[in-house]
Write a protein that binds this ligand. Structure first.
Ligand code: F6P
Length: 358
């Protein structure tokens, strides 16, 4: 009998269910022995507190297209993983105990950056772990692509498309704030796909005067409107120079809901133009996965299933240079994949006339 535990951790995204279905189908179809699946509820919390349910093959039927996660998810920050919970429970020991009590042969974890640090910790504690790269941010080191990303690009692009028509009618400056946490993959790709005139991402701190120059240049050349795709983590050149402490102080007294509103206020003040901000927010993580993600997540799931059947543990299934590969967890944990300001895509975007505010 083979026993496999599974959990989804951190912010959800599209195609989590498709990926789990891929693992389960592959193992069931190809295992020589019977298999039991244990689904932990709400991410690592389920493993810590022993909250799980037995899953049948039928639980994975019809979920290829369903967004969210059938297991539920939560954030259990890695930085607090060694702190006892409010009842004094040692979380790491508790996770190990649940794993051993259920006599699991391995744990499949679908998660992003923080979740991979915990997965790597569990590996170092002797647990058999296989992971899949999940996040709309596409910021996981070691893989060129994460599932959820393309679906989020589609939604953020749709948002910019919709804003285009109303911006044109009113002749307004519009900011669409796009998720991505501390990296710019999502705003960069959605911004380019949606034809944004200005894209601000965390990796390229912006100068508000350059942003305004671009808007005024468009005004002079007869464009009625300007669209900005602004990353939720965008940062000005001045703020990028601040120490962590100084920046935290600034944020403590921040009067704007987010950076987009700060950019909007500066544009309005300096140009007198009418500016509006749209924040699609968590919509970007919702709904059913796009066809690309359905296929990609299914493939990742199948590769994870293959590793499990071969008894190869301690890896994240990754996509590098158009190939599925296994990436040791210790290499992935704690590293971010950011957009290089010198990347070809940035140079090409600049050739197209897109302003990054630098
Ligand atoms: O990591 C995915 C993500 O959607 C980020 O883009 C965003 O910054 C964050 O999660 C939002 O987190 P929460 O769902 O906890 O508000």
């Amino acid at each position: 009998m083979m026993r496999i535990g599974m959990l989804t951790s951190g912010g959800d995204c599209q195609a989590l269910n498709a990926a789990m279905r891929g693992v389960v189908k592959t193992v069931i179809n190809n295992s020589k022995e019977p298999v039991e699946f244990y689904g932990f509820e709400d991410g690592y919390k389920g493993l810590i507190y022993g909250k799980f349910r037995m899953l049948q093959g039928s639980d994975f039927s019809g979920i290829l297209t369903r967004g969210g996660t059938i297991l539920g998810t939560s954030r259990v920050p890695f930085k607090t993983i060694h702190e006892p919970d409010k009842n004094g429970l040692d979380k790491v020991e508790a996770m190990k105990q649940t794993y051993h009590k259920l006599q699991l042969d391995c744990l499949v974890m679908l998660g992003g950056n923080g979740s991979h640090k915990t997965a790597n910790l569990l590996k170092s504690e002797g647990l058999n772990v296989v992971t899949l790269p999940k996040t709309i941010d596409n910021d996981l080191w070691g893989t060129d692509m994460t599932f959820g990303f393309q679906s989020a690009v589609d939604i953020a692009t749709d948002a910019i498309d919709c804003i285009h028509t109303t911006a044109n009618s009113h002749g307004r400056v519009f900011i669409v704030e796009i998720m991505g946490h501390k990296v710019g993959w999502l705003p960069l790709n959605a911004g380019m796909a949606g034809g944004a005139d200005i894209i601000l991402i965390p990796e390229i701190p912006y100068d508000i005067n350059k942003v305004i120059d671009k808007i005024e240049e468009r005004d002079r050349t007869g464009s009625r409107f300007t669209i900005l795709a602004v990353a939720e983590g965008a940062i000005s050149k001045e703020d990028a120079k601040l120490s962590k402490k100084e920046y935290a102080k600034k944020l403590a007294n921040y009067k704007f809901p987010s950076v987009s509103y700060e950019v909007a206020a500066a544009i309005q003040e300096k140009t007198g133009r009418e500016v509006r901000v749209t924040v699609p927010g968590h919509m970007q993580r919702g709904g059913s996965p796009c066809p690309y993600d359905r296929v990609f997540a299914s493939r990742l799931g199948a590769e994870a299933g293959k590793l499990i059947l071969k008894g190869e543990f301690g890896y994240m299934v990754a996509y590098k240079n158009r190939e599925m590969v296994k990436m040791p967890l210790e290499k992935v944990a704690g590293k971010l994949k950011t957009v290089s300001p010198d990347a070809d895509i940035i140079k090409e975007a600049k050739l197209l006339g897109i302003c990054f505010g630098d």
